[in-house]
Design a protein around this ligand. Structure first.
Ligand code: 5AD
Ligand code: SF4
Length: 436
């Protein structure tokens, strides 16, 4: 029998990317192959994100686009997964009756049973937080060859309750996967061609599935032969313990790039955000990290226009950015999330938020570009991932996560090489092989 086809559309963070891969693998066990074309699919799954406003509306409008397909082929099954599924639950099927299946992020291991149910004409809904670990139940990854980089989720959920954020509600409490399982999965990925693993968690540095926390896990992973690079994301400043700071200096495989969101630079706003630290504490932490690894590149997340943010508060965020010098960053206008404490507070006008976002992004872009330009003339190590757009070109990432293009015939994906950077473009660097 010809394999059935599964189309998955992924929104939001890297954890959703990882989850989509795992769902595809679980469905592989049920005879499904993935497709890039929704019109060929026997099942369409939207893996959704709920972090900012209008997420649910986007999902409903995306679903609307599949109406024609569903009308033409009533046996096409449509599912909604991820954080909107968790937050909206049954409401999705009520508003959009063509949806057959709604599955929350903690229940993906139940997808095969749910698929069987919808195949026989029923509807399936599961937004539980079950006792069992979804990763234990997902079938082993098939041994297909993989590209050189992979995500690996080691921790989920968040206990921090920042006043703007829905994650503690949609993803639940912090849970860590036992180290042995993580290591088994990492060895398997390496056998299949992976050279770099990014450990994922909503609060990955709160990982406690190994003695010594995330640092312990990183040191254990560094022993895996054939694994060349380790990264992790996303971290909370208060969970950067001494061992993890030190690991940046002692573990060669841990890359000198750290995503460490601070969100804002004003102590008043940080307090109202319930971030549980001050701007000064964050800056001291950056100093300790740079003492351990002087060439560390930092990345962050910022929110502008949080309720009651004044121009002076916003200026404090710009000052903090000036003090840190970020290699890259993500920035957002505050978006009201129903059910979170900040949604109830006096809001900053939209045009004010737009103006602040523009100013913030101008500064961040300038910093990003200047750190990228500073690479010219330096040697970096590049893990090559794929051919570039021009013939004879290969592209990969440096240890600092810059994209690097090289014209060469002697490199294949998965190779690591020392590259002398010769020029810096808008979004990437160019270099030449430098074997000496
Ligand atoms: N509004 C705007 N940005 C938000 N983030 C989380 N919740 C909100 C919100 N309600 C941002 C934070 C977080 C990133 C993943 O998304 O900066 O670090
Ligand atoms: Fe959300 Fe804060 Fe938890 Fe990050 S630390 S997931 S921003 S509540």
């Amino acid at each position: 029998m010809a394999p059935k086809k599964l189309y998955i559309k992924t929104y939001g963070c890297q954890m959703n990317v990882y989850d989509s891969e795992r769902m595809a693998e679980a469905m592989g066990g049920e005879g499904y192959e993935t497709t890039e074309r929704p019109e060929d699919a026997d099942m369409i799954l939207l893996n959704t994100c709920h972090i900012r406003e209008k997420a649910a509306e986007k999902v409903y409008s995306e679903l609307g686009r599949y109406k024609g397909l569903k009308a033409a082929r009533p046996d096409l099954k449509i599912g909604v997964a991820g954080c909107v599924a968790q937050a909206e639950g049954e409401e999705i099927m009520r508003r959009q009756p063509m949806v057959d299946l709604v599955v929350g992020p903690q229940s993906y291991h139940r997808l095969p049973e749910m698929e069987a149910k919808v195949r026989s004409g029923g509807k399936a809904l599961d937004t539980d937080f079950p006792e069992e670990d979804k990763f234990d139940h997902l079938k082993g990854r098939p041994k297909a060859k993989r590209g050189p980089t992979a995500f690996l989720t080691v921790q989920e959920g968040c206990d921090k309750f920042c006043a703007f954020c829905v994650v503690p509600y949609t993803r639940g409490a912090e849970v860590s996967r036992p180290a042995e399982r993580v290591l088994t999965e990492a060895r398997d990925l390496v056998e299949r061609g992976v050279r770099e693993i990014t450990l994922l968690g909503q609060n990955v540095n709160a990982y406690h599935g190994h003695d010594g926390g995330l640092a312990g896990l990183i040191h254990a992973l560094a022993e895996v032969d054939g694994l060349e690079r380790i990264r992790f994301t996303t971290s909370h400043p208060n969970d950067m313990d001494e061992a993890l700071i030190e690991a940046h200096g002692t573990c060669d495989k841990l890359m000198p790039y750290l995503h460490l969101p601070v969100q804002a630079g004003s102590d008043k706003i940080l307090k109202r955000m319930n971030r549980q630290h001050t701007a000064e504490q964050y800056l001291r932490l950056i100093e300790r990290l740079r003492a351990a690894r002087p060439d560390l590149h930092l990345s962050g997340d910022f929110i502008v226009g949080f309720p009651e943010e004044t121009e002076a508060d916003f200026q404090a965020t710009l000052d903090l950015i000036e003090a840190v010098e970020y290699g890259s960053a993500f920035s957002f206008k505050y978006s009201e999330r129903p059910g979170t404490p900040a949604a109830e507070r006096p809001q900053v006008p939209e045009d004010e938020k737009d103006d602040r976002l523009q100013r913030l992004q101008a500064l961040l872009t300038k910093q990003q570009r200047s750190l990228q330009d500073a690479m010219v003339g330096r040697d970096v190590h590049v893990l090559f991932e794929k051919p570039g757009r021009l013939p004879g070109q290969m592209v990969g990432k440096s240890e600092y996560l810059h994209a690097v293009h090289v014209e060469t015939s002697g490199i294949v994906p998965g190779d690591l090489a020392r590259i002398r950077i010769e020029s810096s473009g808008p979004n990437s660097l160019k270099g030449v092989m430098n074997p000496l």
